[in-house]
Design a protein around this ligand. Sequence first.
Ligand SMILES: [Zn+2]
Length: 194
Amino acid sequence: MTLHVQPRDFHQPVSPEACPALVLNADYRPLSYYPLSLWSWQDAIKAVFLDRVNIVSVYDRAVSSPSFSMLLPSVVSLKTYVKPSRIPAFTRFNVFLRDRFTCQYCGAREDLTFDHVIPRSKGGLTTWDNVVAACSPCNLRKGDRLPIEVEMFPAQRPFAPTVNDLHMNGRLFPPNYLHESWVDYLYWDSELEP
Ligand SMILES: [Zn+2]
């Protein structure tokens, strides 16, 4: 890829803090989807100077010092392939995404919290297979009791999702912020997988 550096005007309202770089693996797939692999502009530039990444695309936003000026990378790719992890990170967002932002007890889509299916007080762990999305009223109703005691069972048995599981739901709930230069790298490959 060629990096075209053009003269910048002096009007640059966008803060560099609002310009993260999407990090692709050496095969041009995101290093991670959930969470999406993003680096701050500082980390992206550092990696460029350490010769660890190629610049694939840039923002219309330059940073400069007395000795140099460059456009902030919007997409970079690693020069060395890294084996991606198979299991998505256990995060609040990913639990919501697995459960499609839907209360697992009543189907509500608002006022969502998390419920431990087996309550913590009864030895339940904070893990993929014991935490589900639940609305506040259901959470309150279930309280500190076992599903069998209150006859409240999750719509689907909680499980550790694969990246593909989250992909299918991720299409329904795209992230709030996607730079235009990222889109080509985010969604084409999942359609090609069996
Ligand atoms: Zn509910």
